[in-house]
Ligand binder design. Structure first.
Ligand code: C2E
Ligand code: CA
Ligand code: CA
Ligand code: CA
Length: 287
């Protein structure tokens, strides 16, 4: 491989100026990183907006690259998807999340740790071994299926009998399915017909600016209308709701008033190491 500056590498990885062989090069690097154990899972708390308590976490992958430092998933997930490496990488994140969630469950009990969720890509869902991988991850960790949440987008689910069967099988194992980025092109109402979801995650784009209550501002009103419609739909279909990307107290309060029970965002808690989550959970244990 040739010497390249960090900026070039990141830009190729993001797919903006991707030369023909960039996928193959980054793919080989990913493969090596996977073999060398360079991937980590960080966890972002989901916070009960009424009680101000952590009741779950989203699992997010990080690449601790030996020379490039922490690499963001936005820079390597697309290539991992195109090269198929998302299957072994996703399996690692799944197993690690189940192992960690089972440890939290044993230490703090079900009142404190209600759910833990990794993101699942299209390639993983279409992998014929996916359901068996989930079953094995649960069995090996001892985590009951009810405590695992799989975050899916429309582009991941697509349509197709095989995926639908897999999702119903997972549902039968007690595993919960969350619709990620809800309200965007990545995740919409038609998805609700496709599989048995238990959670919808309102996309950050509807949270941004929702606190700016300028009367007559069409953009602000549209965001609130979507946020309200999603809550009503979730209530009618008996789905839990999470509002994503909450960056200030005003947004948290507005969403709470609209009826969102759970929130996620930098204002509430950033993605953090498992040790930091453990400290947060220990702090909120009843005395
Ligand atoms: P996502 O599933 O929508 O995850 C939420 C992203 O929003 C995370 O970025 C999180 O750090 C970020 N975020 C959370 N709160 C805030 C906030 O208040 N403000 C802002 N600006 N951002 C916030 P991250 O960790 O960089 O992940 C980006 C995307 O990469 C994820 O979006 C997900 O689609 C994908 N991803 C991450 N880990 C995995 C994985 O293990 N497997 C797969 N297939 N995809 C993953
Ligand atoms: Ca997600
Ligand atoms: Ca999301
Ligand atoms: Ca997203």
């Amino acid at each position: 491989a040739k010497q390249r500056g960090k900026d070039n590498w990141v830009r190729f990885a993001a797919g903006m100026e991707r030369p023909v062989h960039a996928d193959a090069q980054l793919g080989a690097e990913l493969r090596r990183g996977l073999d060398d154990g360079e991937f980590r899972v960080v966890y972002q708390p989901l916070v009960d907006l009424n009680r101000n308590l952590v009741t779950g976490v989203e699992a997010l992958v990080r690449w601790a690259h030996p020379t490039r430092g922490m690499v963001s998933p936005a820079d390597f997930i697309p290539v991992a998807e195109r090269t198929g490496l998302i299957v072994p990488l996703g399996r690692f994140v799944l197993r690690e999340t189940c192992r960690q969630a089972a440890a939290w469950l044993a230490e703090f009990g079900p009142e404190v740790v209600q759910k833990a969720g990794p993101n699942v890509s299209a390639r993983q869902l279409h992998d014929p071994d996916f359901v068996d991988d989930v079953r094995a991850a649960l069995a090996d960790s001892g985590l009951p299926g009810e405590f695992l949440v799989l975050e899916l987008t429309e582009s991941a689910v697509l349509r197709g009998q095989q995926v639908s069967r897999a999702l119903h099988e997972l549902h039968g194992m007690g595993v919960r399915l969350a619709l990620d980025d809800f309200g965007t092109g990545e995740s919409s109402l038609s998805l609700l017909r496709a599989f048995p979801a238990s959670i919808v995650k309102l996309d950050k784009s509807f949270v941004d600016g929702i606190e700016l209550d300028e009367p007559g501002s069409p953009a602000a009103m549209a965001r609130q209308a979507v946020a309200r419609a999603v809550i009503q739909m979730a209530g009618a279909l008996d789905l839990d709701t999470v509002a994503e990307g909450i960056e200030n107290a005003e947004q948290a309060e507005r969403l709470r008033q609209l009826g969102y029970s759970l929130g996620q965002g930098f204002h509430l808690a950033k993605p953090m190491s498992p040790e930091a989550v453990t400290r947060m959970l220990a702090d909120q244990m009843p005395a």
